[in-house]
Structure formats: structure tokens, C-alpha cells
Design a protein. Structure first.
Ligand code: ATP
Length: 225
């Protein structure tokens, strides 16, 4: 599925497009719960899920791109406002977010872009390729993530760009907002470790994803129940 399938709201002139990138290795209930709460908080509609092909800032995924994409499709089946955008899987070379945001901005010039990041990812933003341009191309909504606390003081770049939480997000880029969503304590690394040790992950991923992992014997020694 491509970004061309995005449904734009006839009611709201310029609802923000939420862009949610990740390795999704595998997609889990933390991703789904966090983004759903964020979408409500920002009055966004469409979420563009952007699976990374070759993540530049972390070890390469354990599962192939084809498996990660298949699991994402299963997790988002029946979610009409979620679009899976495969441009980073189709592009060769590192999956730089800035390139994807530049393309999305050109394709949807009338819609503010908002990059959704967990707090752990946001605190690493300044390590990203052309990170200032990432911030300039869209706003950044930072989601609470269990195990991570807001640093005090916040990094300077964050303080400089922080926007008023009581106002609608600006149509221009260059802003950051922390969104205090209900925490969902699930991480893909823990799921992979569970599977390696034969533990069930059914409470952490959608049922169809758990079945897919089992069927394809992903992530090492698989769960037996
Ligand atoms: P891993 O454990 O392999 O590092 P992950 O669970 O962090 O994986 P990613 O696909 O790397 O998942 O994350 C994509 C995005 O989702 C990141 O911005 C990350 O911070 C965010 N995220 C992942 N899990 C949660 C969660 N439980 N709550 C809020 N944000 C999350």
C-alpha cells in the first residue's frame, strides 16, 4: 500500500498527518496503543506507518522486511485510517526519515506533518541524519514510554521548539510537543527475548501477529503454546 491511499478529511481543512516510523520487529500493542492515543490527542486522522528497511541508528532487524511488513498488515487490517507506506523498504540504502518526510511534504503540501516518536527515540533525535531538517519539515509529537523519564532540564533543541500543549498544533513544522498518553509497557526487544526463551507473547501483540510469528517460526526458538 502506498501513501497515495491516504484518505483526507472533507470536514477538517488541514488535519495533521501522523507519521510513525519504526522497525516494527515485530509490531506490538505498545505501538498500536500509543499511536491510537496520540491520534486522539492531536485530533489527527490518518496515521502513516513507515517501516524502516535499513535503520541507520540501530542494529539491523531480526526479521526480514517481508515478514515485518506482513505482520504490520495483519495488525492494521480493519484500520481504515492507518496507511502502510513502504517507501523505506523499497528504497535502497539507509532509511533516513528526512528523505521520507521531504517526499511526503511534496505529496501532501496542504497537510501538516507530525512525526510520532516514543520518548526513547526523541531523546536520540540529534543523532539522526539532517535532524534539524526532520524537525523543520514537520512537528514532533513525543509519546511517553515506560522506562523513560523526561530529562530535567529538557535538551536545548526541545526547549527552543516546544509548543503550547493547549493549542492546536501549528501547520508549520519546527515544533515539539510531549503528549502524556497512557503507558503501554511493551517493547519489541522483550518480545524477541520471550520468543527466544519459548515464552508466550500473546498478551503483547495482536492475535494475528502472534499466529504469524508461530507459523513462520520467527525470532529463534518459538513459543510452544
Ligand atoms: P526495540 O525494542 O527492538 O528497540 P521498539 O519496541 O522500540 O523496538 P520500534 O519499532 O523500534 O519498537 O519503535 C518505533 C517507534 O515506536 C519509536 O518511536 C519508539 O519509541 C515507539 N515505541 C515503541 N514501543 C512503544 C511503547 N510501548 N510506547 C510508546 N512508544 C513506543
Amino acid at each position: 500500500m502506498s501513501a497515495a491511499a491516504i484518505r483526507l478529511s472533507p470536514e477538517q481543512a488541514n488535519p495533521p498527518l501522523l507519521v510513525f516510523g519504526g522497525t516494527f520487529d515485530p509490531v506490538h500493542l505498545g505501538h498500536l496503543g500509543a499511536v491510537s492515543a496520540l491520534r486522539d490527542a492531536l485530533h489527527a486522522e490518518t496515521v502513516i506507518w513507515l517501516p524502516a528497511g535499513e535503520p541507520p541508528h540501530r542494529p539491523q532487524p531480526a526479521a526480514s522486511a517481508a515478514h515485518r511488513l506482513a505482520m504490520l498488515q495483519l495488525a492494521l487490517a480493519g484500520e481504515p485510517d492507518c496507511v502502510i507506506d513502504t517507501r523505506e523498504l523499497d528504497r535502497s540504502g539507509p532509511s533516513y526519515t528526512v528523505l521520507s518526510l521531504e517526499e511526503l511534504k511534496a505529496e501532501y503540501p496542504d497537510h501538516p506533518l507530525c512525526l510520532a516518536l516514543g520518548l526513547d527515540a526523541a531523546l536520540g533525535l540529534t543523532q539522526w541524519h539532517r535532524w534539524q531538517e526532520v524537525l523543520a519539515l514537520g512537528g514532533i509529537a513525543v509519546m511517553r514510554r515506560p522506562g523513560w523519564s523526561l530529562p530535567e532540564p529538557l535538551p536545548q533543541w526541545w526547549r527552543d521548539a516546544e509548543c503550547d500543549p493547549h493549542r492546536p498544533v501549528p501547520a508549520s513544522g519546527g515544533w515539539v510537543r510531549f503528549v502524556d498518553i497512557p503507558p503501554v509497557d511493551v517493547a519489541a526487544a522483550d518480545i524477541r527475548a520471550d520468543l527466544m526463551h519459548g515464552r508466550s507473547v500473546e498478551a503483547k501483540v495482536p492475535a494475528a501477529v502472534a499466529a504469524y510469528i508461530k507459523e513462520h517460526e520467527l525470532y529463534g526458538k518459538n513459543t510452544r503454546d
